[in-house]
Design a protein around this ligand. Structure first.
Ligand SMILES: Nc1ccn([C@H]2C[C@H](O)[C@@H](COP(=O)(O)O)O2)c(=O)n1
Ligand SMILES: [Zn+2]
Length: 171
């Protein structure tokens, strides 16, 4: 008989996004994104992970020289410098076609990532939290997603936690 408590595809991919977020050095908000092939992705089996990303500074921009602050003069904050998880995931795909792909992300995408998501051909965004829903950034994002026909799904899952145990006994 098969093991009954295996995780769903949605929990698996959102779990991958949450694991990627653990790499983020942002002290306040760690976001991860996972891009997965959809049914109609040409040249890819469905449910294949195409790319992962998390929020961080661009290559060469050292964490010691760039600020992680949220407040202060714009140039003394992280906001002009940080690459968002979704954009990093798109860029990490390194030219692989993302047409018809799905993007799993913990936090609803901002307007800038939204533009990159639409232009890359991703046609579904699955997210967990929409905590910045009242901001103009997210309002603009939703307006563009709707116009472009990108499906938006808030993940509803019974899973609240997945524990990874590194103490696996080697056989
Ligand atoms: N969909 C999103 C939203 C935000 N981020 C990144 C950008 C920042 O590093 C952080 C948000 O910082 P906060 O203003 O909450 O201190 O999360 C992202 O990657 N994707
Ligand atoms: Zn963004």
């Amino acid at each position: 008989m098969k093991r009954p408590d295996y995780i769903s595809w949605d929990d698996y991919f959102m779990g991958m996004a949450l694991l990627a977020a653990k790499r983020s050095k942002d002290p306040s908000t760690q976001v991860g994104a996972c891009i997965v092939s959809g049914e109609e992705c040409v040249g890819q089996r469905p449910n294949t992970i195409l790319s992962l990303g998390y929020n961080g500074f661009p290559i060469g921009c050292k964490d010691d020289h760039f600020p992680w602050d949220r407040e202060g003069n714009f140039l003394d904050t992280k906001y002009p410098f940080v690459v968002h998880a979704e954009l990093n995931a798109i860029l990490n795909a390194q030219g692989k076609s993302l047409v018809g792909a799905k993007l799993y992300v913990a936090l609803f995408p901002c307007n800038e990532c939204c533009k990159a998501i639409i232009q890359s051909g991703i046609n579904e965004v699955i997210y967990l939290s929409d905590k910045y829903a009242q901001t103009d950034v997210v309002k603009a994002s939703k307006k563009m997603f709707e116009a472009a026909g990108v499906k938006l799904t808030r993940l509803e899952t019974q899973t609240s936690k997945i524990v990874l145990d590194f103490n696996v006994e080697m056989i």
